[in-house]
Design a protein around this ligand. Structure first.
Ligand code: NAD
Length: 406
């Protein structure tokens, strides 16, 4: 008989995973505390804007093998994929949902079960938080319950492609746990599966996003220096990257999304003394939206009660994901200052518009915060017409190069 897998938390990470496991032939139960998430799954409605995942979700085998409910039930494998947000005051991981998720499965655990934590967590979480919770049942981790951390690397917008083709790191509290988890991931992953211990896996996931954050901070810092010197930063980066061992990233309006602005804090949390560079990079990237808002204010200082239209609210170009978006931070900073700001985005739900010409009517400044391909194309063809309908024909572009045209 096919193994039964319970997935706790069916959001961006848990639901696509549930779908590919159901397609691989497992009997999958998606558990979510949100009733509308559960109902959507059972009604066959996929709320993620991921075309390939949508198609697989419609396959009869998936519809047959996957169902959702609000509470867990007995199974062979439990996978936990609940949010691990940053506690904004303390700047440490808020593990309350991981603890809640683990506690919810305790009554159903039985000898021989595998528990996999997919949520991104600070190092030592599996050993020091999850294992002791499990052992409250009297079952011993490593002997009768097998525990692993298997971090997720998917990119919103490319979830199916990345879920299947990315290499994965599987960190077991012991070798048997890692082997058991390998069998599950081998059912749908075409990339390599690397087995290690739990703490290494926890740290590896954080290192990946911290690497990105620190390198983006470096690019942002270079951009600020170049601006003071009136040097074109993009040209400077292009020339520096002609060096065979240099690959500088592009500066932007700050970092966003679910992982990059959050995960580096989880490293600092466990070892602040040795996280000085990581901490500084976080501060540099978090400062960028303030600098951009200041630049917009400066540009508009001669206009009384300016009407600003901001375009692009996602955390980067060509995605629909608005989580921790620096563009939205800029919009809210300007609104807090009393500016009238209307925000639009062709890809983000709730922010869509008919045309740039339509939303720019009567505006004093069109601020392009995130330049999706579709925005770029529309601007390229219609910039002159758009300016004609504005009260002041001012367009500010920030990605990839700060620029003001009138
Ligand atoms: N989204 C990404 O691109 C991404 C990529 C890599 C890693 N991660 C990590 O994966 C984890 C999950 O992130 P996500 O983006 O899927 O979050 P999400 O908010 O999209 O989904 C999490 C789901 O868990 C549910 N939930 C919370 N507590 C629960 C409980 N006790 N029982 C059942 N359901 C519960 C929520 O209702 C929600 O539907 C996080 O640690 C995140 O950092 C996310």
């Amino acid at each position: 008989m096919a193994k039964k897998i319970v997935i706790i938390g069916t959001g961006y990470v848990g639901l696509p995973l549930a779908i590919v496991l159901a397609r691989a032939g497992y009997q999958v139960v998606g558990v979510d505390i949100e009733e509308n998430v559960v109902n959507a799954i059972n009604q066959g409605v996929l709320r993620l804007a991921e075309e390939e995942v949508k198609q697989i979700f419609r396959e009869p085998r998936v519809r047959e093998n996957l169902h959702a409910q609000k509470t867990p039930c007995p199974a062979d494998v439990f996978i936990i994929s609940v949010p691990t947000p940053l506690d904004e005051k303390k700047r440490i991981a808020d593990l309350s949902q991981v603890i809640g998720g683990v506690e919810s499965i305790l009554p159903f655990l039985r000898s021989g079960n595998l528990v996999i934590l997919e949520s991104t967590v600070p190092p030592l979480t599996c050993r020091q938080i999850v294992a002791p919770l499990i052992e409250k049942t009297g079952l011993k981790v490593g002997e009768s319950i097998f525990l692993c951390h298997c971090p997720e690397r998917i990119l919103p917008g490319e979830v199916f492609e990345e879920l299947v083709n990315n290499d994965r790191v599987i960190g077991g509290l012991n070798a048997q746990a890692a082997q058991m988890a390998r069998e599950i991931y081998a059912s749908f992953v075409k990339g390599n599966l690397y087995l290690t211990d739990d703490v290494t896996a926890e740290l590896v996931k954080l290192m990946e996003n911290t690497y990105r954050d620190v390198n983006i901070a470096l690019a942002n810092e270079f951009a600020a220096v170049a601006e003071g010197l009136r040097v074109d930063i993009l040209q400077a980066i292009e020339l520096a990257n002609k060096h065979p061992r240099v690959n500088i990233l592009k500066p932007g309006i700050g970092t966003g999304g679910h992982c990059i602005p959050v995960d580096p804090w989880f490293i600092k949390e466990v070892n602040p003394i040795n996280s000085r560079l990581i901490h500084t990079a976080r501060l540099i990237n978090d400062e960028v939206p303030y600098k951009i808002a200041a630049r917009i204010r400066q540009t508009l200082k001669e206009i009384k009660n300016p009407r600003i239209v901001a375009v692009g609210v996602t955390y980067k170009p060509d995605t629909y994901d608005i989580r921790n978006s620096p563009a939205l931070k800029i919009v809210s900073l300007l609104r807090e200052d009393g500016y009238q700001v209307a925000a639009y985005d062709p890809l983000a739900q709730g922010y869509q518009y008919t045309s740039l010409g339509e939303v720019a009517k009567g505006a004093d400044c069109l601020v392009i915060l995130v330049e999706h391909q579709v925005v770029k194309q529309e601007l390229a063809g219609k910039e002159i017409d758009i300016k004609k309908v504005m009260r002041h024909p001012l367009i500010m572009r920030f990605y990839p190069q700060p620029e003001v045209t009138t």
